[in-house]
Write a new protein. Sequence first.
Length: 454
Amino acid sequence: MPVSIGQARDILRRQSGGEAPELLAHRLAPVSPEERAIPPSVPKPLAWAAEARDERIAFLEARGFPLPHLAGRAPQADPAALQGNIEQFIGMTQIPTGLIGPLRVNGLHASGDFYVPLATSEGALVASYHRGARLATRAGGVACLTTTEQVQRAPGFAFDTLADAALFAAWAQGEFERFQAAAAAKTSHGCLTDLMTHIEANHVYLIFAFHTGDAAGQNMVTFCTAAICEEILQHTPVPPKYWFLEANMSGDKKATALSFHHTRGRNVKAEVILPRRLVIRGLHTTPERMCDYWRMSFIGGALTGSIGVNGHVANGIAGLFLACGQDVACVSEATTGVTRLEMTDCGDLYCGLTLPNLIVGTVGGGTRLTTASECLRILGCEGSGHAGKLAEICAATALAGEISIVGSLCAGDFAGAERASRPPRRSRARARRAGARSAGPVPGASDVAAGPMR
């Protein structure tokens, strides 16, 4: 999104932590396997037997991540503990959770090698993201940069005439400090950062933007905006005929034309440069062919009116959101991203992704649920101080998935990978025995997901 001088200064102040811009740039630089050894891959990535699952759980627990609830060893949550998360509770919906990685991330908030949990019931998805993660890691990691951080709420006010609406809008612009004080009285974790007004005939939309700290912030901005509206009704020189707390101009839980102009959540950019040899060995295609595909797919997206153009960002974001207790409905806005592939001057592949609306949090909401807290713990994102880190891991994961799916389409493996993920038609007993031996490799993914790359 375009930012003003004031916004740019605020972003730099918040993200730099006092460091010089040159030092920030150093943190985004690739870290090659020669500089820092790559941790071991997820054990038995293409084995479905119980023993393989237990080995993967032991792999994480040996690294300091106890997983009693994901492993099914702990009792189900006390229904009383779910107040605030669910009403009319009857039980827990189970979604399989897989693990990819290591995924190397070089961000301002996330820095290191991560094993990323993804919850999904779509076969081949985890294998595809795992392949992309390992390729990106071999290339030195995904650089991630978080810029704008804000969540909006947009109340609407109706008046008798356009003149009344204009007078109200002018008055509201001069009351920003009053509105900030009203919001501050409702939360100590966030603050009102901006106000935009939009006049439509005799209607006025006030778009309030908040910084929400480590919470996703949906409830926070609602409570704060309600308090601001109380102040408005007490002091406005032109009382509205009627008004609504949210007039559908914030972009809440939907893909809108605002996505690339007014960030809702965190605006995160990710990039990695894949050396030509990695593209050929790991994806069985070439940078030229992947760029040809990107151009054609981007035109296809433009022709169909897509808000943002990408391959399957929704798969990775939804999988992470489900695993980590995020508001899954926000996938509708969080996945309005733009993927870009280009050839470098030396024949390597530049891969970039911009996600302008990542609504994520590490405190509050579903993050306190048992399996969600365990998944956040695996990422080192449990509790306060980690929302920016989670956002950058989300972006890096999404980019890994984009690399893998484009590579699969270019190599002609896309349909084969989907078929390979389905259980064969055989008896259940034979299927269990086959699972112990592991099913065959997913076409196009085996050399990265299951074996070393040289």
